[in-house]
Design a protein around this ligand. Sequence first.
Ligand code: ADP
Length: 926
Amino acid sequence: MTQGDILRVILAGSSPGDRQWITELLQSGSSWRCQFSEADTGEAALRQAQAPTPGSEPILLACPLADMDAMRLIGRLIDPQGLTPCPVVVVTPGNGRDLGPVLLRAGAQDYIGEDWLSPYVLARAVDNARVRWAMERGLHEREDARKQAEDRLRQAQRLTQTIIDGAGALVFAKDLQGRYFLTNRAWRERVGLSEQQADGVTDEAVYGPLVAQDVRRNDEQVMASGRLVVAEETTFQRGRAVYYLSSKFPLLDETGHAYAVCGVSTDVTSLKETQAALQARERELQTLADNTPDILARFDRQLRHVFVSAAIERMTGRAPQDFIGRTARELDMPADLCDCWEIAVQAAFHEACAQTVAFTYEATGGLRHFSGRFVPEFGSDGTIDHVLAVLHDDTEQKRAEQDINRLLEEERHYARLLARMAQASRLVHASLSADEIAQVLTHQAREILGARRAVTELTLQGPGARNIQAVALAPDMNPSEPPHGTVLTASLTGKGGEPLGQVQLTGGPYGEFTHEDRTVLMQLAAIASTGLENARLYASLREADHRKDEFLATLAHELRNPLAPIRNGLEILRRSGQLTGPAALARDMMERQLAHMVRLVDDLLDVSRISRGKVDLRLVRLTLQSVLDSALESSRPAIEASNHRLVMQLPTEPVWIDGDLTRLAQVVSNLLNNAAKYTPAGGRIELSAQVEGSHAVIRVTDNGTGINADMLPRVFDLFAQVDHTLARAQGGLGIGLSLVKKLVELHGGDIRADSPGLGQGSRFTVRLPLATRTADDGTLLTSPTARLTTSDAPCRVLVCDDNVDGAESLALMLGLLGHEVRTVHDGPAALATVRHWRPNAVLLDIGLPGMSGYEVARQMRSDPGLRGILLIAVTGWGTQDDQRRSAAAGFDQHLTKPVEVTALESVLASHLTRAGHPPADPGAAG
Ligand code: ADP
């Protein structure tokens, strides 16, 4: 405020006199130009004092007021800072010594007692009050500014603390002695100290001497350089290294001297570990890339090589670094390979999926085969930055595959060849004649070796010596075409090395014959040679077998001849009734033995006939019961002779089968006889029959000697005998069961033998197929032919046999039966006798010397004068063939030797009666 300014004065006082007085005093005492505004109440004074005033502030001169005293006025004027809005001077009654100090303390700038009022005192009090108020105000304002500055500082400190606490990094400051005086929360949490504990702590205490040494070294570098130092620092926490990246800088005082080190440390442990892992991975990949035999290459979008593994050098002869930054084309690789790679790389980029290629490369060591995969490499954002190629050299594998294929093909070829050789061998060995073998060899050799023509020529020596030739031609070959092309020949030789012939091929499939062809042909020739040997052996075996059969047949036949007179003789003895006592017993014994012998001879003959396929069955529809009856009839004597008990279990209903009664009865009787034979006297024999499914089953069970398990399967073999001594003792030949089996099989049935073991009996089971439907025709046979025991029709009989005993004994027997009999011993004599004696019947042997029985029969039948004579063949030959032949020659009947007298009688009686011939007049001729 300058002298020219106006001093505004608020003059407060209830008394106008006071206000007037004061106005005058001030105007006279002050040098100021004053502008007065009066307030007669305290409220009015307050309003004026608190009203905002432009320019400089007024001064309040307060005289006594009616509505409020000076203390209250000041109390209401004073603001929270203890300042009044303008300077206040109070005029107190009296000298004001009591009230004055109180008013000053309450906030008034000055006071004047009325006692001392003068213009000068008032003016001085006004000036003093204004200066004091201004000073107080200034003081206040400075205090405010200081407080505000302090507030800002605190805020800044809080912010700083928040920031350094919020930072993930560890923030700290240490003084020159290394004592921490600032740490953030992260630092304290990391080292496990509270704020108080952290204050003043040293690195040594926190990290130990070794780590502290390193850390302090960095601090010292900061102090020495006065600049930022970034260093990696390692501490250890619970035995595990923790890595920090620390940025350290000095804190400088106003003079530029460093008084502390401040640092920010970031934990880079996981980063370091990741880096280490990445580096390890990188090293691994590098090792892999360096050592894998595959070629690894990485391409960028411009098809340039970014990376190539060492293996590329093996393929191309060029160092890997030559490739980097260049395309295959820039490297002058073959055009087709560049095309192949480019297409694959581009496809991998564009289609974002792996591509597979195969290519060849002419390497220094020759052509090599490669297969490759081009794989897109995706960045973290899914884009493809590179394509990685893995190229594999397949050359060796391809070669191995080719080798294997070749070997497989060879193996297949040899397998085919072997199969064909085996087939040829089978065919050769199945061939039983030299002609067949020659044919097979020729065809097989030509086909297997693919020749145009094959010729086999054999020269067979020994009995039946002859030459054989067989030719085989390719299907498209004309037989008249002359042979041309290369020739391959192999010889056939016998076991002793003698030449048998040769096989020759002309025109191999590929011109020349190979070494293998030669081996094959020689092998085929060797097989054929063996085949020829075998065929020869087979022929001689067959011949021997045939001779054996013939011999057996002849033997049986020849045995029958002497049996005939014996039987006749015995019959005569019986009928003559002359023998008594021991003689009669001897005769009976002889009859039994004769019957046995006849059966043996019959069996022998049957076996040889079956072997030669000369047995015909007379199949008729018949009942099983009839078969069993017939068998029992012939076996019962043997069973009874040994005192066996016969138990039978037979079906009550007729069981129909199709069979030959005689033969089937022979089967069962054979089994019964064996049971009787191989069971000690007084044994038990069971005969049972029943229907089982589609078969009639006959079982013959005994409790006799039994059969050993190892022998069971062989009892049906010809001449098989379990115990030779026993069998011999029982008078067997070992042909019975063989015959039985063959007869059963001829009937479509089967037979088996069972025995629990030696001494435990045996069981023979025969199964015969049932007749498919019951018969209702006249072919049924239900019981054996009835026997005639008496001759009630005597007639004239001529017996012709070159065996004189046979003829005479038969004659004797017929004589005893009441017939008139004559004998002759050859054909011509027979014819002559027939012509002049005119017998009713002729018993004619067939095997006569000079003129056979057939011839005699034929001549008789061709002579009309001899019609009506019964012509009976009496012979050792008894097959159906023989019977057919005799019937063809004109015989009416065919009886086999030794003739059973009852059979003969029955034939004579029935025939002569049926033919209507009266019995011959015994005296009609001489
Ligand atoms: P054989 O003429 O010897 O009896 P077979 O062919 O009839 O000839 O029998 C062959 C062998 O089977 C006999 O030698 C005998 O050892 C044995 N055999 C046959 N039937 C019986 C049986 N019922 N009990 C024990 N052994 C038997």
